[in-house]
Design a binder for this molecule. Structure first.
Ligand SMILES: [Zn+2]
Ligand SMILES: [Zn+2]
Length: 123
């Protein structure tokens, strides 16, 4: 495994905040759970999801209009898509992989996946 890798398929860089601060949240138990769901998803899909946003620092979260105390700020969420797989299928794969909070963003073309309380929505 390369040094930058947090798990078999996902690098620290892929999960770090995209605002340029390059931080991750520092919640190792959450991060470990998040990564194991992402790894399971990779296994089920046969290809790895593209992560558009995982950890967000509070400033970046506010900037992108995220809810206060978003799971993104606690290493508990990832927004992702998988090329060639539609959002409904991705949402099903996410649930099967252990994600509990799943939101489909149809216009934006990604699925929000988190390990918070069970819920689902479509926007
Ligand atoms: Zn940031
Ligand atoms: Zn999200």
């Amino acid at each position: 495994m390369k040094q930058d890798m947090l798990s078999e398929h996902f690098s620290r860089n892929e999960l770090a905040c995209k605002c340029g601060c390059n931080r991750i949240g520092g919640y190792p138990i959450n991060l470990k759970r998040l990564l194991s769901c992402l790894e399971r998803m990779t296994e089920f899909a046969g290809t790895k999801p593209v992560i558009t946003s995982a950890y967000r620092c509070a400033e970046h979260n506010a900037e992108v209009g995220g809810v206060k105390n978003s799971y993104h700020c606690r290493d508990m969420a990832a927004d992702l898509y998988i090329p060639g797989i539609n959002l409904n299928q991705i949402a099903r794969l996410a649930r099967k992989s252990g994600f509990t909070g799943i939101g489909k963003y149809v216009q934006k073309g990604f699925v929000h996946c988190d390990i918070g309380p069970p819920r689902s929505w479509t926007e």
